[in-house]
Design a protein around this ligand. Structure first.
Ligand code: FA5
Length: 366
């Protein structure tokens, strides 16, 4: 008993005297470690008679618990003391400039798609989707490209292995869609007119230079109803380009053109003029030449396309148009090289990207 009391007094004094965490840990090892004094006393229990053990056991266990509790309390006190010292000695220099924080940016293509959704959303269009891997029927035949027709070669196609489980050869032949016009077909096959949709997506062609990449994005617009005319197409397209480029009097010109899936078909140009070394979109000032740049293909949906989708062309007509999303983004934001869109260079994104806190507003269409 006296051994226990003596050891307790010694250890209590040592714990109180420990004035840093290292000294306290030394006391803990000397008391409770493998070769510590309390551990050594605990080991003597094995050699005692049962009666002695019954008497000494609880006393030794109490000593062990008490010492452990004292060490823990001292540790808390020392840590607090250390923190108080640090807080009173350290100061923060609030005049230092903050470290720059790398904020994420919205990719210009995502920005353009959001802007287009807000413009067409305000005109009552909804968004449709379709697969990137298409079949010959949806990408070509249903769109009135006859088999072997040279128009199929206008769009250098990436073909995929045939789907052997498919019995219809036009559906067995798989490819990466060359345009989003395939989504028109899927949409008209699956639903009932009227249709008033836009669609965005990746499209693929075997092309590679400053203005062409093997993967790019297109937007497609489709409006089918009773009594839809070319005048609606012109009005809708003109409103769209003027809202998108934010130029109220942007000149818009329709030139006759050929796409197998529309009749009549048109290419649509917007006006620009030379300014210094560069160009500026808009109406040329007096005395300057008005120049034209093609931005999209459009037309009245061909009656064969409507029939291929089970729609009676005597009752329903409509228009469609499609454009490259990179092309209009480059024009609007002055991005010179299409290939940079897909290089994943964060410096480029930092320069041309948009703040996530400043998204297009769907209520105003801006
Ligand atoms: C079409 O793809 C038609 N489906 C558009 C259409 C839809 C016409 C509805 C009529 C009615 P075109 O092949 O011209 O048309 O391609 C449209 C746009 O895609 C081009 O004006 C161009 O901006 C873009 N484009 C085409 N190939 C590439 C490419 N390799 N890289 C980037 N953009 C491309």
């Amino acid at each position: 008993m006296s051994d226990i009391n003596t050891l307790k007094t010694e250890l209590t004094n040592a714990i109180e005297a420990a004035n840093d965490l290292k000294a306290l840990d030394d006391v803990r090892v000397s008391a409770l470690g493998k070769k510590g004094a309390v551990t050594a006393l605990m080991k003597t229990l094995g050699g005692m008679s049962p009666e002695e053990r019954q008497e000494q056991g609880p006393l030794l266990n109490a000593l062990k618990d008490e010492i452990a509790a004292l060490i823990s309390a001292q540790e808390t006190a020392l840590k607090k003391q250390e923190l108080d010292q640090r807080l009173s000695s350290e100061t923060i220099d609030i005049t230092l400039t903050a470290r720059p924080e790398q904020a994420g940016k919205i990719h210009p293509l995502s920005q353009t798609i959001d802007e287009l959704i807000s413009i067409f959303g305000a005109m009552g269009f909804s968004v449709a989707e379709g697969p990137d891997i298409e079949d010959d029927w949806h990408n070509f035949t249903a769109l009135n490209f006859p088999p072997g027709h040279p128009a199929r070669e206008m769009q250098d196609t990436f073909f995929l292995p045939e789907d052997e489980s498919e019995t219809d050869p036009e559906r067995a032949k798989k490819l990466l869609r060359t345009h989003t016009s395939s989504v028109q077909i899927r949409h008209m096959e699956e639903g009932e007119p009227p249709f008033k949709t836009i669609c965005f997506g990746r499209t693929y062609r075997s092309d590679w230079d400053m203005t062409h990449t093997p993967m790019f994005h297109q937007m497609e617009c489709l409006y089918i109803d009773k009594n839809v005319t070319m005048a609606h197409l012109k009005g809708c397209l003109t409103d769209f380009v003027r809202a998108f480029f934010k130029i109220d009097d942007l000149p818009v010109q329709f030139r006759p053109s050929f796409f197998p899936f529309v009749e009549p078909g048109a290419e649509v140009d917007i006006g620009y003029y030379k300014q210094g070394e560069g160009i500026k979109l808009g109406k040329a000032p007096e005395g300057q030449e008005q120049k034209w740049m093609e931005i999209l293909g459009a037309g009245m949906v061909h009656s064969n396309v409507l029939k291929n989708c089970g729609i009676d062309p005597e009752q329903y007509q409509g228009f469609a148009f499609g454009c490259g999303i990179e092309r209009i983004t480059m024009l609007k934001y002055g991005i010179p090289d299409l290939r940079t869109f897909f290089e994943s260079d964060t410096r480029w994104l930092d320069h041309y990207g948009f703040s996530p806190l400043n998204r297009p507003n769907s209520a105003t269409g801006q």
